[in-house]
Design a protein around this ligand. Structure first.
Ligand code: HEM
Length: 420
């Protein structure tokens, strides 16, 4: 990809243009820095889609705006869609996004039921699985030799853990990965058709395949419960609350998609960062246990695997000098908030000792804050510790092949090398 000249003014930047998301990272960062320097949140027309083109959106590119919108769900709601800028039918949003696309009281009810499974205690129970899986991945890596890090390392841990957590049989793992890749393919023609009708069909089929898998599993577990999350969800009936079959299917789609693509993105970008910033890598290697927690937070800040979520304004509201009106769309750009120079000194510096690090990579405080944050932190910690302890020379062997997406800051392939 050829480098663009850093854009000088707002008219050079269109966040709705797919091409923008193919610009080199440094140029996109420069564009967001310019947008943050504007007096007001910039407004963009919406990308064209087969459904009616909507009214446009405000890009919330500053940390303060992202934080305030996240903690005011009555004003900045998720029920009209959190994961898509364009309006999609409510049924579509709920089918694919479950509670991430809902407001209270429905959101609170679902979150209450499922969050029982996401306590630190439950994650502790899976700690052994995470450690064993990470060790097996490194065993295989040493046997395979230099290879595509995404396929052989970064994708494997989150996939195995989320499937084990749900009790999905091993022979379905690849089918789960294939379908979550399609659902979060962004605009990347390697993964999804460029024809919009066809692309919608591919996404619906991917969702239906995942729903079919969990519905069958749910029936089996209802009859014969095991020690997994699906069993807990189909048998839980606390205060008369239980998931319906449709709710279970949608929650499953949300979990496998959210649990796979995000953590994989953090891990594959981590390899690139530890290669591009050798002094940070040396710092980490010098005290892996002491510096890992800071490194994980800085990776999530710097990478921002989920680049945005949307909120829709429910009533007239003034925020940080800007008037919003009922029906306005706002896009919370975590990726930009995490580089806000008024909050992070030297925001483009990858600094594993950064403290404090009030990043919003898992969302800002509010009812939708990432349910899997504990699990993701543990997976990244354990995988990197295993890798750096046993293969300390591991590095990216070339530039990454990045996913073309405005939503996930993904890497499709990046070679790793540890021959030196
Ligand atoms: C580095 C990895 C991860 C990142 C960066 C990430 C990021 C996010 C973000 C930005 C949100 C939206 C927050 C908001 O709207 O305020 C979110 C929500 C969510 N995440 Fe994660 N996530 C990660 C890993 C995971 C994992 C491993 C799981 C599950 C196993 C998970 C499950 C969820 C769920 C269920 C929600 C919706 C919560 C709600 O709507 O109440 N995430 N995540």
């Amino acid at each position: 990809m050829t480098a663009q000249h850093p854009p000088l003014s707002a008219e050079h930047v269109d966040l709705s243009d797919t091409e923008f998301w193919g610009w080199p990272l440094a140029d996109r960062q420069a564009a967001f820095a310019m947008l943050r320097s504007l007096d007001r949140p910039p407004f963009f027309a919406e990308p064209e889609f087969i459904f009616d083109t909507g009214p446009g959106y405000y890009a919330l590119v500053r940390h303060a705006d992202v934080v305030e919108a996240s903690r005011n769900p009555e004003v900045f709601c998720s029920g009209k869609g959190a994961t898509s800028i364009i309006d999609l039918p409510v049924e579509f949003n709920e089918y694919f996004g479950s509670m991430i696309n809902m407001d209270d009281p429905r959101h609170a009810r679902l979150r209450r039921i499922v969050s029982r499974a996401f306590t630190p205690r439950m994650i502790q129970k899976f700690a052994d699985d995470v450690a064993r899986t990470a060790a097996g991945i490194v065993d295989d890596l040493l046997e395979t030799g230099p290879c595509d890090f995404v396929e052989h390392v970064a994708a494997r841990l989150p996939l195995t853990i989320i499937c084990q957590l749900m009790g999905i049989p091993g022979d379905s793992y690849n089918m789960v990965l294939r379908n979550t890749n399609i659902i979060l393919s962004g605009q990347d023609p390697d993964l999804i058709s460029e024809d919009m009708d066809e692309a919608v069909g591919q996404i619906l089929t991917a969702g239906a395949d995942l729903a079919g898998l969990v519905t069958a599993l749910g029936q089996e577990r209802a009859a014969e419960p095991g020690d997994d999350l699906v069993s807990a969800l189909v048998t839980a009936n606390i205060d008369g609350e239980q998931l319906t079959t449709a709710e279970l299917a949608s929650f499953f789609i949300l979990l496998v998609v959210a649990g796979n693509e995000t953590t994989r993105t953090a891990l594959s970008n981590a390899l690139v960062l530890l290669t591009d910033f050798p002094e940070q890598r040396d710092l980490l290697l010098a005290d892996i246990d002491g510096r890992m927690a800071g490194a994980v937070e800085e990776i999530v800040r710097y990478v921002s695997p989920v680049m945005f979520m949307r909120r829709t304004v429910t009533q007239d509201y003034r925020m940080n000098g800007q008037e919003y009106h009922e029906g306005d769309k706002t896009i919370l750009f975590y990726w930009s908030a995490n580089r806000d120079e008024t909050v992070f000194a030297g925001p483009d510096r990858f600094d594993i000792t950064r403290s404090p690090n009030p990043h919003v990579g898992f969302g800002a405080a509010g009812p939708h804050f990432c349910l899997g944050a504990h699990l993701a932190r543990r997976e990244i910690t354990v995988m990197l510790r295993e890798l750096l302890t046993r293969v300390p020379s591991v590095r990216a062997g070339g530039p990454p092949d990045r996913l073309l997406s405005s939503f996930i800051n993904g890497i499709k392939r990046v070679n790793c090398d540890f021959s030196r």
